[in-house]
Design a protein around this ligand. Structure first.
Ligand code: GAP
Length: 435
């Protein structure tokens, strides 16, 4: 299996992911996405939105503000309960989460540790010009609460009946004590969450269906089944709001780790918000004439973690004439760049033709253009960032108005008239329609 060092270095070298504020030495737990990384993340979000909103008839989209009324976080239990036990090493001054330590001494230097102190991992800020206790607000540690607080707005304006879901993608913030494993545990990250509202009593069945659906999504977009597994939470690891939870786990180079949690949150959040706000959040069931609080099944995934898993899973090396061919075998929908246009040489007539071809396909696909160094080198560069198709413009193209499409995985080449290039590329990329 590929090492994390190889992945981190590829991500840096090719412009997927950089340490945040690198010119100042970086900033622990924060990362910046370069031109390829930002395309990759957009594709992850799009693939998720496609599966959970567009293709379904029972889920609608939503986008809440990041900073919400501070009472939201009192009601949700985060002010009192989003805490972790923190210990300091008296010798090297490093900080650790007490619950993650295997022994009572510092894992770095063997020094004595302080007593554990509870630490709330929500980031605090102030709203308005005065930095006083009354103005304290929080950066959201999960996107979910924006949905719960708006449940009634969405349900009444869309006139939805149970079961139905609300999906949201957005940034969340946690002041993690020990960020690490590259982007896996960051302090600023992006979540893709669905709150799926169901009639109490049907929650266990919907929970099971969502677990299977979400597991299948990772495979649909190319994650190898042998690197995926489902793990049920034991009673003592369940979050304060959950009746049951499954994690979709991925086999990262640092071990099996959570990509997504699918929890049965019962009516915990709606009940808490109803009690704290004084607003009636019950659902009127027209069939039975009853008012009740729906139960909630929550599939909660991470954009950054999924993106990292897609990179790790796609990584492949194979021997070739020049030593080793590094290939990211991304699913075409996930690949940051779909098509690269490569003129065989920098001769003016050829460059003009290649630029014309490039302009013709740009409206339809994420593309790049590369005319530096030998064609072999350029194919390798595209393989290394997972570009599924290269279009080569050669001297014959000037005569026969045709170009060569070269496939990343099979390395096979086919000649296609320029007039048919867009549909030919679309077909190879498995596009259902061009948009
Ligand atoms: N609303 C439920 C919730 O937030 P969670 O298990 O704490 O549950 C859900 O987080 C997902 O968010 C995780 O499975 C992971 O993909 C992502 N996530 C959580 N903390 C993260 C962090 N510090 N860095 C990157 N991703 C994180």
């Amino acid at each position: 299996m590929v090492s994390m060092e190889t992945i981190v270095s590829l991500c840096k070298r090719r412009g997927f992911i950089f340490p945040s504020s690198e010119i100042y030495g970086g900033f622990g737990g924060f990362w910046d996405y370069g031109p390829l990384g930002v395309e990759l993340k957009r594709n992850v979000r799009e693939a998720w939105w496609q599966a959970v909103v567009r293709e379904r008839d029972d889920v609608v989209g939503f986008d809440a503000s990041i900073i919400m009324h501070p009472k939201v976080w009192v009601a949700s239990g985060h002010v009192a309960g989003f805490i972790e036990p923190l210990v300091d090493c008296k010798v090297c001054k490093k900080r650790f989460r007490a619950d993650q330590l295997e022994s009572q001494v510092c894992p770095e230097c063997g020094g004595e540790l302080t007593e554990a102190r509870w630490f709330n991992t929500m980031f605090k800020t102030y709203v308005g010009p005065v930095e006083e206790e009354a103005a304290v607000a929080y950066l959201r540690p999960e996107t979910a609460q924006g949905i719960f607080a708006n449940y009634k707005n969405v349900q009444t304006t869309t006139r939805r009946k149970l079961p139905f879901g609300i999906a949201q993608v957005g940034k969340s913030f946690r002041n993690e004590i020990t960020p690490g494993n590259f982007t896996f545990r960051s302090r600023e990250f992006e979540q893709m969450e669905i709150e799926y509202f169901v009639k109490p009593g049907t929650d266990a069945e919907w929970h099971e269906r969502w677990v299977q659906d979400r597991y299948a999504w990772y495979k649909r977009y190319g994650i190898k089944p042998e690197n995926l597994r489902l793990r049920a939470h034991s009673q003592d690891e369940l979050a304060h709001y959950a009746k049951a939870c499954y994690d979709v786990e991925y086999r990262f180079p640092f071990g099996w780790s959570e990509l997504e949690g699918i929890a049965n949150r019962t009516d915990f959040d709606l009940r808490q918000h109803q009690e704290t706000s004084g607003e009636d959040l019950t659902y009127y069931d027209e069939e039975t004439g009853d008012h009740y609080l729906p139960f909630v099944v929550e599939p909660s995934a991470g954009v950054d973690r999924s993106a990292l898993a897609f990179i790790v899973d796609a990584y492949d090396e194979e021997p070739d004439k020049e030593g080793t061919r590094v290939v990211l075998r991304f699913h075409p929908d996930i690949a940051p760049i779909k098509v690269a246009v490569l003129p065989l040489s920098r001769k003016e007539s050829l460059v003009a033709k290649a630029r014309e071809v490039w302009a013709a396909i740009r409206p339809y696909f994420a593309t790049s253009y590369d005319d530096a160094q030998s064609i072999g080198r350029r194919y390798r560069r595209q393989d290394e960032v997972g570009t599924p198709l290269c279009v080569t413009v050669d001297f014959e193209s000037l005569e026969d108005q045709a170009v060569t499409i070269r496939e990343r995985d099979s390395m096979q080449q086919v000649r296609v008239p320029i007039a048919d290039l867009v549909p030919a590329l679309a077909e190879k990329l498995g596009r259902r329609c061009l948009s």
